[in-house]
Design a binder for this molecule. Structure first.
Ligand SMILES: *Cc1c(COP(=O)(O)O)cnc(C)c1O
Length: 220
């Protein structure tokens, strides 16, 4: 069951901003995705390769699929034919593999570099040193196009801490500027904010939020 009232209100709120909503549909049935699609939603995010590969052919072809989970290099090939944006790029090796698979399928795959901003062991992401190394090699990736950054704040009630972590990501995005491709009129993507912290994320400069449970209900 989707929360249609919440969705419409959120879309109205976002319409004055340049923030893109990614509806996170992991573990949810294709019927729910289609219900949101029928309200106009086109960007959907999934975390698991197997699940995404099963759902994608059952749904309209104009959906933009975002892969937001932790991606293993050996699984890139399964989503490379259709994925639009991979949010969780956290190693040079993964970026190389995405580039290789994108070449194979003769398409451009847009990517976000995931930056480690939380103080939680469980979260993935690059530190600044690793990021700097990747930056020196960006030109060599002809088909994996890095268009921004993604990060996840700590899971905490301490709003001050969440503000700080998102500020940190924003400052990294400004310090390590990405070359702006002529084909893209938009500013670099800053993917930050989920159900619990999207309002804070927008205050701190997010332009892409990833919302699951507030749209589709909590996951078991
Ligand atoms: C599951 C998930 C989300 C959505 O989480 P909600 O709290 O349900 O909004 C967003 N981003 C990532 C990376 C996720 O894994």
């Amino acid at each position: 069951m989707i929360d249609e009232v919440f969705y419409k209100k959120l879309i109205a709120d976002l319409s004055n901003t340049n923030t893109t909503l990614v509806a996170v549909s992991k573990t949810k049935p294709v019927e729910d995705i289609l219900a949101l699609y029928n309200l106009g939603q086109r960007d959907f995010g999934e975390n698991y390769v197997q699940e995404l590969v099963e759902k994608q052919p059952q749904l309209p072809a104009d959906i933009r699929w975002h892969f937001i989970g932790h991606l293993q290099s050996n699984k890139v090939k399964y989503i490379a034919p259709f994925v639009s944006l991979i949010h969780g790029v956290d190693s040079l090796k993964l970026l190389q593999e995405i580039n290789k698979q994108a070449i194979k399928h003769n398409r451009i795959i847009e990517c976000l570099l995931q930056i480690y901003i939380a103080q939680e062991e469980t979260k993935f992401g690059l530190d600044e040193e690793e990021l700097a190394v990747i930056h020196t090699q960006l030109d060599s990736f002809t088909h994996a196009r890095v268009v921004g950054y993604m990060g996840m704040a700590s899971f905490t009630n301490d709003n001050e801490k969440i503000h700080k972590e998102f500020q940190h990501l924003k400052s990294i995005s400004e310090k390590h500027r990405l070359p702006s491709p002529v084909s893209r009129l938009l500013s670099p993507i800053l993917s930050m904010g989920m159900s619990a912290d999207y309002k804070i994320a927008i205050e701190e400069g997010s332009n892409m939020i990833r919302i699951g449970s507030l749209l589709f209900g909590s996951r078991s």
